[in-house]
Design a protein around this ligand. Structure first.
Ligand code: AMP
Length: 218
């Protein structure tokens, strides 16, 4: 079936994934549900990959776009980190399964001698601007948020900010740049998300996939 014909009528079930860490850790779970990409996404430039199941295809999207595709029905299902989902807000998507993969923590970090209790108005560099704003607002602390798209650890080193908000796994990236975790915001794992309307319209097929993935996790 061509890509355009799959957009019409009784179209395939679409699963949005991002390449890299999440994809590699998600693959065994989908394999357990009997669904595998028919092509290697690391080698293919295609953005719609057929699967071994005739009624399912994978969409390769940027991690931060997964909730948007699922929210607006461009994809029926998606796999996304809770960090991205918190930042998106989770509007219009169901979050039925914690896949318990790609575990890390969303943290406030900075230099070890930072006094978070001082009255200073800290500058916070992050790509998680909404999460950071919410976190500091809950504590009644006024901060200036500086939006970055990556390499947050650099910001304190060049005086762009005193603090960063970023995901931390082993902490070795922070340590390599002379930074330490200062405050825990949230534990993060990858989640399977589902478009609300798809869950009703394609209930039996999606439930079947969810059940198989759940038992693969357990
Ligand atoms: P680490 O040095 O192990 O603490 O890893 C930290 C870096 O890896 C951060 O800069 C993050 O961007 C990235 N990272 C670690 N864990 C994850 C994850 N589960 N999802 C996305 N990015 C992650």
């Amino acid at each position: 079936m061509s890509q355009s014909s799959s957009l019409q009528g009784n179209r395939k079930l679409r699963i949005a994934l991002s390449k890299g860490r999440i994809f590699n850790e998600t693959l065994p779970l989908f394999e357990a549900a009997g669904i595998t990409p028919a092509e290697d996404p690391e080698k293919s430039r295609k953005l719609i990959l057929p699967s071994t199941e005739p009624d399912v295809e994978f969409l390769i999207v940027r991690a931060s776009d997964v909730p948007t595709y699922v929210q607006h029905g461009g994809a029926d299902l998606g796999v996304v980190g809770k960090d991205v989902l918190l930042e998106h807000g989770g509007e219009g998507v169901l979050e039925p399964i914690d896949l318990k993969i790609a575990q890390c923590k969303l943290m406030v970090a900075g230099f070890p001698d930072t006094d978070l209790n001082s009255n200073k108005r800290f500058r916070v560099a992050t790509k998680f601007t909404d999460c950071a704003r919410r976190h500091f607002a809950q504590q009644g602390r006024q901060v200036e948020i500086i939006k970055l798209y990556g390499s947050m650890e650099l910001a304190p080193l060049v005086g762009l900010s005193e603090l960063i908000v970023d995901v931390v796994d082993t902490g070795s990236t922070l340590a390599a740049n002379g930074l330490v975790p200062l405050e825990h915001i949230s534990n993060i794992t990858s989640r399977l998300i589902v478009n609300r309307a798809s869950m009703k319209i394609r209930h039996s097929r999606i439930s079947d996939i969810l059940e198989r993935i759940s038992s693969a996790i357990n």
